[in-house]
Design a binder for this molecule. Structure first.
Ligand code: DC
Length: 230
C-alpha cells in the first residue's frame, strides 16, 4: 500500500492530537505534534528569561534559535513520541498553562516558524506520517494526500482541556481561565500575519463537537482507506 502524508489542522484543544495519534498507531505511521515544537521553543524562552512579563526579547531569541534543538523520541511505554528540548524530555512541562499562555507570541514569529517548518518538512520526506497543527495542510505539506480540518464549539473544547488539566493534577486553573486562553489563542492563531490558521481549500472539514473518539477514528480510517486503495 502506498504511503501518504496526512495533515490534521484546526483550533486549539479540539482533540485533533488524540485523533491523529490514534490514527498513526492504527496504520503504523509516524505521529508528529507540531504544536509541541512551538511549545518547546516557548519553554526555552521562559527558562532562559527571554520573557519580561508577556513581552519577548525577539532579538535575543533570534541570536539563540540556532542553539534550540527540538526532537522527538519514541516513548516505549506510551507508543508515541515525546518532545525533547536540547536533549531533555520536556513532554510534561510544555503542557503547562504558562507555556499555553505564551506560545502564541512565539509561534507568530516568522524566523521561529521557518525553522520549525524546515524541520517538519524533513520529518515528512519519507511520507508515512500524520502531523497535526495549524498550517500543516497549507504551508508545511501543501501536497498532502489527506487533509483534515478539525473544529468544535469553544465551550466544549474548554471543558475537555479543563478536564485534562484536572486529571493531571492542576486544581488551580478555572474553567473561565481555560476558556479565555482558548478564545485568545483562536483569535491570535487566525489573525497572525505569518501562516494564520485557515482551512486549506482541499481539506475535509470535521466538526467533532458531538462525536466520540471512536466515531472520529472510524470517519478518519474510512477517508484513509479511500485514498490509499484508489
Ligand atoms: O496544538 P497546540 O495547542 O499544542 O499548539 C500550541 C500553539 O502553537 C498554538 O497556540 C498554535 C501554535 N501552532 C502553530 O502556530 N502552528 C502549528 N503548526 C502548530 C501549533
Amino acid at each position: 500500500m502506498r504511503k501518504i502524508v496526512i495533515a490534521v489542522d484546526g483550533f486549539s484543544s479540539n482533540g485533533k492530537s488524540t485523533m491523529a495519534k490514534s490514527l498513526a498507531k492504527e496504520i503504523g505511521y509516524i505521529y508528529i505534534d507540531s504544536g509541541a515544537m512551538y511549545r518547546a521553543v516557548t519553554l526555552y524562552c521562559i527558562e532562559h528569561n527571554l520573557f519580561n512579563g508577556d513581552s519577548l526579547d525577539e532579538a535575543q531569541l533570534h541570536n539563540e534559535i540556532e542553539n534550540i534543538k527540538v526532537e522527538f523520541h519514541l516513548n516505549k511505554e506510551t507508543g508515541t513520541p515525546d518532545t525533547y528540548l536540547n536533549g531533555e524530555n520536556v513532554e510534561a512541562r510544555i503542557r503547562s498553562m504558562e507555556v499555553s499562555s505564551k506560545v502564541s507570541v512565539v509561534s507568530a514569529i516568522p524566523f521561529v516558524r521557518h525553522a520549525m517548518v524546515a524541520l517538519q518538512q524533513e520529518m515528512g520526506k519519507a511520507k508515512g506520517i500524520v502531523m497535526d497543527g495549524r498550517d500543516i495542510g497549507t504551508v508545511v505539506f501543501p501536497d498532502a494526500e489527506l487533509k483534515v480540518f478539525v473544529t468544535a464549539d469553544a465551550e466544549i473544547r474548554a471543558q475537555r482541556r479543563f478536564d485534562e488539566l484536572r486529571s493531571k493534577g492542576d486544581m488551580k486553573t478555572t474553567f473561565e481561565e481555560v476558556l479565555e486562553n482558548l478564545k485568545t489563542r483562536d483569535h491570535l492563531d487566525q489573525t497572525r500575519a505569518e501562516s494564520p490558521l485557515v482551512k486549506a481549500d482541499d481539506a475535509i472539514l470535521l466538526d467533532n463537537s458531538y462525536m466520540t473518539i471512536d466515531e472520529q477514528m472510524q470517519w478518519l480510517l474510512e477517508k484513509f482507506k479511500q485514498i490509499t486503495t484508489n
